[in-house]
Structures are given as C-alpha cells and as structure tokens.
Design a protein around this ligand. Structure first.
Ligand SMILES: Cc1ncc(COP(=O)(O)O)c(C=O)c1O
Length: 439
C-alpha cells in the first residue's frame, strides 16, 4: 500500500451501508464502530499478528480482539484443542473430566483462590462475582474506581469514561451511568472513588464500610490506559477491606496472563476473588470468577447465590483454556513477550522525542496506553481524561493508512506472542511516519 494514498475501504463501507438496515448502527457491538473512520471495518480473516479486511488491506493488529487474542489469531494449539474437544460433542451442558483438570490447573496459578465457576464474558463474570460477594457479606454496597471498566452490566456499568462536567469533584466523584436504561435506584449502591487516593478510600470506608459488600478494581487498569496502583494504595485497600469484612475483587479480565502466567501483580497482594476473561480462552469466549472456598460456596447448590446456565463451560472452550495454559506456561514465554514490548515502547518513546511530540507511553506487559499531551504516568482518571483525543484519532488514522491497526477510541492497545521482532520494527517505522504526519 502506498504510504500517502487514501486506503480503499469501499467494500467495508458498502457492507456497513447494508448492515445499517438490519443492525443498529451497522454493528453487532457498539465498540466496533471505528470512531476514527466513522464506520466499522469489515474483516475477512485474522491470522497470527495480522488482519485482512474485505478490501484486501492487510494490517498488523494492535487491537487483538480487544485483548482476547494474546496468542495471536488462530493459535494452532488452541484450534487443535477445540477441534479435538468438539469431536466428542459440541455443547453437552454437563461436567467432564477434561474440564475439571483444566480448572485445577487454572486455580493453581492464582494464589489464594480455592474454587471457580466459568461464565461466557467479562460482563457476566464481574456481575456474578458481585452477586456472590453480596450473598457472602449480606450487604449491598460496592466501591468501584473512576476510569476502571467491569463490563456493561447494570450493577457495575458506571463511570468508565464519564464526561467531566457530570462527574463531580476529583476527590469525590459522582456515579455516572455508562448507559441509559440502568435503573436510577442502582446509583445508591455504587460508590465511585478516585484511584490511588488513600484518603478518599479511607473516608469512604469509615463512612460506609459496614454497608459495603465489595471493592472491585483492575489491578492494572488497561481500561484507563494501563494505569497502575501505588504500593501505598494497594496496601491500604487490602488492609481496610480485610479489616471490615469487605470482599476485594480483582478484575483481571484484561490484566490476567498479560504480564506473567497468572495474576498481574503476582502474589504481592492477594484478593478474595478474581475474575478472568479475554486471554484465558486463547481467543475463545470464556471467562471465570474464582475466590476463597468460603465465598465460592455461597454459589448454588452449596449456597443461595444462583449461578447456572446452558452455555457455561462447554468442553471445547475449556479445552481452549487448557491449550492457552500449555502455551503461556512454557519456559521463556513471557521473556520473549516482554522483549517485544521493550523494543516497541522504547522505540515509540524515541520517535515521540525525536518528533517533539508530548505523549506518555504506558506499557505494562503486552498492552499499552498512548496518551498524547501527557508527560507523566497517569495516577487516576482525571489524569487520563486530560489526554488529547483529537491527536490520538489522527494518529490512529495515519497508522491505519500504513497498515497498522489500532482501535479508536480504545484506551489500550497490545501485541501478541505471534508478533515477531520484525513486525515490531515495521510497526515502529509506521508509527514514526504517522507521528511525522500529525506533528
Ligand atoms: C477489565 C475488564 N472487565 C470486564 C470487561 C468486560 O468483558 P466483556 O467485553 O467480555 O464483557 C472488560 C472488557 O473490555 C474489561 O476490560
């Protein structure tokens, strides 16, 4: 593709016009509308680190199914495991020994987690985890941090990227529902706090701790561009939740397996529950919530918190988890993955400096945020909200035209184990040219 010619996206645009007659907005999920282009791309296929659209354009993929395809598209071990499991039955809706063995292996990688249950999506698993935490504690309230994302369910779908004029004071944010249709009565059950603010956290727990069932957080908030907790904040969260009998839930839907074979923070801080999704299925749609025995046994049939469903844990999806575990626990897997990130992040920082563009590269493991207009690590959502989204949009379009796909307006991007060092070098050339164009 010539560097300065506009992309031919006619096929995508024609399919989108057709799709708009039968799908609201012409998409099956609202995030698929590429806001930088004003329409979705229609893809033909994905393989390894690459995507091909219906117009024959090939892209190096840095969206990677919003983080689910950590192993790249169509990893052979995952495909083989799914096919082998399918040969014994597609859905079954029952227990198998294979599922059990994978479950034992998964739990062994998460210190402090005794039991788990599977779900289909991240949205379902955070919602179930909260139901279980409420049952366990007999309380209703929940603390969620501004900028963190836990899916689109009505209990937690608040203040992901709220408009600042609706969000209240920085040290005492108001809950802002992410969607219409969430019952206003739910607002009273959710407390939105600034991340990394020990004083605000202590104040909230002092005032409301006895009504709180759970504190939920992304241990590394890729949904806030890769924002990390300070050590002091983490310690305060763990100590106070334990002291007040509040269930601490780590939402590792994105961060799990991203920086190592298990929890993102290793065993530095052990929560009471962990939820997983995305990477664990090697691209297949499966998620899980896990916790201590006392908490998890509140699930039916041992307890009263209903968790059940026709499509939970089909053997082929659990087999995909097993194959993913095989791959990510191979010696050297994360060393190789990290080497790609180190080159990508340092190369991108060099380009930004050379081009005189102020932007912060927040690379944590195999995913990163790129915040135009910032020159320091973001510590809370209000920092993240200062970024220059117009610049980011122009950067994304400039990269896309040169064959590198970043998804606008996603707060996080990433590479996979299928990317090679050559792919990273090619990406850096593209990003440098894109920065030169938008500078
Ligand atoms: C941290 C986190 N939790 C939950 C979800 C929701 O997952 P899903 O899109 O599978 O419903 C996401 C999705 O991006 C996520 O990043």
């Amino acid at each position: 593709m010539a560097e300065h010619e506009p992309l031919n996206l006619e096929g995508s645009i024609a399919l989108w016009q057709r799709a708009r007659r039968v799908l609201p907005g012409g998409v099956n999920a609202s995030a698929r509308l590429n806001r930088a282009l004003g329409h979705p791309l229609f893809f033909q296929r994905g393989q390894g680190a690459y995507l091909w659209d219906v117009d024959g354009n090939r892209y190096l993929d840095y969206c990677l199914s919003h983080g689910a395809s950590l192993l790249g598209h169509g990893h052979p071990a995952v495909l083989a495991a799914v096919q082998a499991a399918m040969a014994d039955g597609v859905l079954l809706s029952c227990e198998t020994e294979g599922q059990l063995a994978v479950t034992e292996r998964l739990l062994a990688l998460f210190p402090g987690m005794d039991m788990l249950r599977y779900c289909g999506t991240g949205t379902e698993t955070t919602w179930h985890a909260l139901r279980v935490a409420r049952t366990h504690t007999g309380r209703w309230g929940v603390v969620k941090f501004e900028g963190h994302y836990h899916g689109v369910n009505d209990s937690l779908g608040y203040s992901h990227w709220p408009a600042l004029d609706a969000a209240g004071a920085a040290d005492a944010p108001r809950p802002v529902a992410d969607s219409a249709g969430i019952p206003p009565a739910n607002d009273a059950l959710i407390n939105i706090l600034p991340f990394n603010d020990v004083a605000a956290f202590e104040r909230c727990l002092r005032e409301q701790g006895r009504d709180l069932a759970a504190v939920i957080m992304e241990p590394i908030s890729y949904d806030s561009c890769g924002m990390r907790p300070t050590q002091e904040f983490l310690q305060a969260v763990r100590t106070l939740t334990r002291h007040m009998g509040i269930v601490l839930i780590f939402d590792e839907v994105l961060s799990g397996f991203r920086v190592g074979p298990g929890p993102a923070l290793g065993d530095a801080i052990i929560p009471d529950m962990t939820v997983l999704g995305k990477a664990i299925g090697g691209g297949m749609p499966i998620s899980a919530f896990m916790g201590t025995r006392a908490i998890m046994e509140t699930c039916t049939p041992t307890g009263p918190a209903l968790h059940s469903g026709t499509y939970i844990a089909p053997p082929m999806l659990v087999a995909a988890v097993g194959a993913t575990l095989d791959v990510v626990t191979q010696p050297g897997f994360y060393t190789q993955l990290d080497a790609l990130g180190q080159r990508l992040y340092s190369g991108l920082r060099d380009s930004l400096q050379r081009r005189g563009i102020k932007a912060w590269v927040q690379g944590v493991g195999a995913r990163f945020g790129l915040l135009f207009g910032l020159d320091a690590e973001p510590r809370n959502y209000r920092d993240v909200a200062r970024q220059d989204l117009d610049m980011m949009q122009r950067f994304h379009v400039a990269c896309l035209r040169r064959g590198v796909y970043l998804h606008f307006v996603s707060p996080h991007h990433g590479y996979s184990s299928a990317h090679t060092l050559d792919d990273i070098e090619r990406t850096l050339e593209v990003m440098d040219a894109a920065l030169a164009e938008i500078a």
